[in-house]
Design a protein around this ligand. Structure first.
Ligand SMILES: CC(C)(COP(=O)(O)OP(=O)(O)OC[C@H]1O[C@@H](n2cnc3c(N)ncnc32)[C@H](O)[C@@H]1OP(=O)(O)O)[C@@H](O)C(=O)NCCC(=O)NCCS
Length: 170
């Protein structure tokens, strides 16, 4: 399988915040944003692998800024690293000022998707070749995040998480 660039999976979804999608403070409900991020990430994973993909884990979500009712929200997702059958997807969320059009980073998240065959068995994906400095930075940290996610899920013994341990020992 030929490696792919992050640009091949980049997925950009723009939508606004409607009253039925808000919390009592009239800001976007967190679960609604999670769903939007999951959809964009799923499309990015599918574009990279050209396979059926499933969400394996949500590794990180930061709701740094609230997103008010009526905002225009853009969710941007791309594969940041591919392993054997899993892919890390980075998601950046932007909101757009309704008067000036200025874009502000509202949130970000990191999801893991796994490519599967028709019976749900994990199947191999192409490797990723990062191009920009940001893509290279995200690629470099992905193994550490994968190990952390596996340790927290009880799927990896902490003693085997060499990349993770290196943060504390270097
Ligand atoms: C995701 C799923 C396919 C993984 O199955 P599994 O039996 O754990 O398969 P494996 O152990 O072979 O793992 C497959 C890959 O997922 C990775 N993985 C599994 N759990 C993970 C986790 N919590 N965090 C990060 N990566 C994980 C493994 O490291 C492996 O990656 P690699 O092949 O790139 O090295 C399986 O758990 C599943 O189908 N889950 C349900 C998915 C779903 O329905 N999502 C929607 C939620 S409603």
């Amino acid at each position: 399988m030929r490696p792919k660039k992050p640009s091949a999976s980049r997925t950009i979804m723009t939508d606004m915040v409607l009253p039925s999608e808000t919390n009592p403070l009239n800001n976007l409900f967190g679960g609604e944003l999670l769903a939007r991020m999951d959809r964009a990430a799923s499309i990015a994973a599918r574009r990279h692998s050209r396979r059926i993909t499933v969400t394996a884990s949500v590794n990180h979500v930061a709701f740094n800024r609230s997103v008010p009712l009526g905002s225009v929200v853009t969710v941007e997702a791309a594969v940041s690293r591919a392993f054997k059958t899993s892919m890390e997807i980075f998601i950046d969320v932007w909101m757009e000022d309704r008067f000036t059009g200025e874009r502000t980073k509202a949130n970000e998240a990191i999801y893991t998707f796994v490519a599967v065959d028709e019976t749900g068995i994990p199947t191999e994906v192409p490797q990723l070749e990062p191009e920009t400095d940001l893509e290279k930075e995200r690629f470099a940290g992905a193994l550490r995040r994968k190990q952390l996610s596996l340790v927290l899920a009880g799927k990896m013994n902490p003693s085997e998480a060499t990349e993770l341990k290196a943060i504390f020992t270097s």
